[in-house]
Design a protein around this ligand. Structure first.
Ligand SMILES: *Cc1c(COP(=O)(O)O)cnc(C)c1O
Length: 356
């Protein structure tokens, strides 16, 4: 990376703090010959669940599988409808289609970008709220609907909804440890969380070929496990997560100040802790701003350039006006633990020049 380019996410600052510890642990895994479903994975499941205040954590191969296995564990299938936001990462939708259920897309809130316009029917088997960009979805309103909730917390590890961590609300909650997430590993990883003992057992069977007694599957299942190396990466990173989140929040506050009146900045609903997985600016001149940033050596990214039902694979007729507007106007700018005020000033100057 060139010295002056400002990346969207710079992991090197995190790695400096934990790398030696992780590498020593990985050497022990190699010497011990035990890579899958071992003691580190189990310890990390317990530590992650305790961090969220949930009874069970089930380590999985990635966050998409976490969503898929959650739907399977709740027996969601053909004839069922699942409500999810029209504006999210594609995984949230693809798993609904994979289990044979019908995705029903709801529009989003113009302030939090989380699912808002939820209208359940008799066929609604589950609702899949996404804590998008690190801001909690409105769980109070969703819980009142009395329909099983599957939280997609892939972007919200550490976020708090009125005193309770996200991913401690749903029947099942799902997260991803993809390297760029707030809690990321050195490859793919994911986890389901639940307070329900029977669901936890189902999820453990679903991730490991459908058996408890080896080679005697009692249901058709999957191979989806978090491996020991990834658990060894995640354990020390979880211990640092709150400090790193504080750093993201401090950087976000600086942007809020510097960008006031320049572009739209993220809003935080009362009682919520936003963990700024992404810092999204909003402007009708989005593409011009992105171009100006690129010229100034600053990375930015469009999340997401289309609604889900506006893509070829998931096409549905309908109108989701807020989601459609955000697909045109939102841009992610660099935010990460360790970003400096000087770097942020450079980002802001390029944005100012582009919109004025
Ligand atoms: C990253 C992400 C996922 C999927 O996680 P993977 O580990 O990449 O499979 C699901 N939902 C959302 C909202 C995400 O951001």
């Amino acid at each position: 990376m060139s010295a002056d380019r400002i990346p969207l996410l710079d992991l090197s600052i995190q790695h400096r703090e934990v790398r030696a510890e992780i590498e020593a642990e990985i050497a022990k895994i190699v010497d011990g010959n035990h890579f899958i479903l071992g003691p580190r994975g189990k310890a990390f499941e317990e530590e992650a669940a305790a961090y969220l205040g949930v009874k069970h954590g089930i380590g999985l191969a990635n966050g998409t599988d976490a969503l898929l296995l959650a739907l399977r564990a709740l027996n969601v299938g053909p004839g069922d409808e699942v409500i999810l936001p029209a504006f999210t990462f594609v995984s949230t939708a693809e798993v609904v289609v994979h289990v044979g259920a019908t995705p029903v897309y709801a529009d989003i809130d113009p302030d939090t970008y989380c699912v808002a316009d939820v209208k359940p029917t008799a066929k609604t088997k589950a609702i899949l709220p996404v804590h998008l960009f690190g801001h909690p979805a409105d769980m109070d309103r969703l819980e009142k609907l009395g329909i099983p909730l599957i939280e997609d917390g892939a972007q919200s590890f550490g976020a708090i909804h009125k005193g309770k961590k996200t991913m401690s609300f749903g029947r099942i909650a799902c997260t991803s440890f993809f390297p760029s997430k707030n809690l990321g590993c050195w490859g793919d990883g994911g986890m389901c969380f639940t307070n329900d003992d029977a669901l936890a057992k189902d999820l453990r069977v679903l991730r490991n070929h459908g058996w408890e007694k080896k080679y005697f599957p009692y249901r058709v299942a999957y191979n989806s496990r978090l491996d020991e190396v990834q658990a060894a990466v995640l354990r020390p990173k979880l211990r640092k997560l709150d400090a790193w989140t504080d750093d993201r929040i401090a950087a976000a506050k600086r942007y809020d100040e510097m960008l006031k009146g320049v572009v739209g900045t993220p809003k935080v609903a009362p009682g919520m802790k936003h963990v700024y997985h992404m810092y999204m600016i909003r402007t009708p001149k989005r593409d011009a701003v992105a171009e100006a940033l690129a010229k100034a050596g600053v990375d930015s990214a469009v999340y997401y350039p289309s609604t889900i039902p506006g893509t070829d694979a998931f096409r549905q007729k309908g109108s989701w006006p807020v989601a459609e507007t955000m697909a045109r106007e939102l841009l992610a700018i660099p935010v990460f633990p360790g970003i400096t005020p000087a770097q942020q000033e450079r980002v802001v100057r390029a944005i100012q020049a582009a919109v004025s």
